[in-house]
Design a protein around this ligand. Sequence first.
Ligand code: COA
Length: 173
Amino acid sequence: MTERPKASPVCASQSERSEIVFPADANALGNLFGGRLMQFIDLVGATAASRHARAFTITASMDHLDFVAPVHVGDLLILKSSVNRAFRTSMEIGVRAMVEDVRAQTLRHVSTAYLTYVAVNVAGNPTEVPQVIPETEHQIRRYEDAGRRRELRYAEVQLKKERRSILAPEWHL
Ligand SMILES: CC(C)(COP(=O)(O)OP(=O)(O)OC[C@H]1O[C@@H](n2cnc3c(N)ncnc32)[C@H](O)[C@@H]1OP(=O)(O)O)[C@@H](O)C(=O)NCCC(=O)NCCS
C-alpha cells in the first residue's frame, strides 16, 4: 500500500492573483462579467489545490459563489485562495475576491466561493492528497465549516449521480 503524502499547513499553499479589469472583461453595464470572475476564481483556486496536492488537479465543483458587489472596469481585483480542508482525493478551496483601492489602501470584498478540486495522477485517476493542518483561528473555523459543507455536498452528489442518466423529455434534441 502506498503511504499517504505528508500533511502540510494551510499557509504552505495559500495563493494570490491580481488582475486589472479591462473593457474586454466587462458586461454591457461596464461591470466585470460574472463568468470572467468565475474563471479568475477557478484559476486561483486551482493554484492552491495543485500546490497543496503536489499534483495536477481538476475542478469537480463550484458549489457556492456569491457576487456581493460589482467590480468596475479599471478596478484592481485581488483574489486569495486557501485549502479549507483536504479529504481523500479531493480538497475544498475557499476563494475570496476583493477590489483594492490603491489610493485609500483599502480592500472591498466582492465575492466568495467554495470549490472542490480532485487530485489526479498522470493517468488521470484520482489520487490521495495530503491532509491539511489548520493553524490559525480562522483556518480552524474554515476547516470545520468545510466538513459540514462536505456532508451536504456528498448527499447532493449521490442524488445527482442517481439521476444523471435520466433526461427529461424537453431536453431531447
Ligand atoms: C471529478 C471526477 C474525477 C469525480 O469522478 P468520480 O467518478 O465521482 O470519482 P470518485 O467517486 O472516485 O470521487 C473522487 C473524489 O471526487 C469527489 N467528487 C466527485 N464528484 C464531486 C462533486 N460533484 N463535487 C465535489 N466533489 C466531488 C468525491 O467525493 C471524491 O472525493 P474524496 O476522494 O476526497 O472522497 C469526475 O467527475 C470528472 O472527471 N469530472 C470532470 C472534471 C473536469 O474536467 N473539470 C474541468 C471542468 S470542464
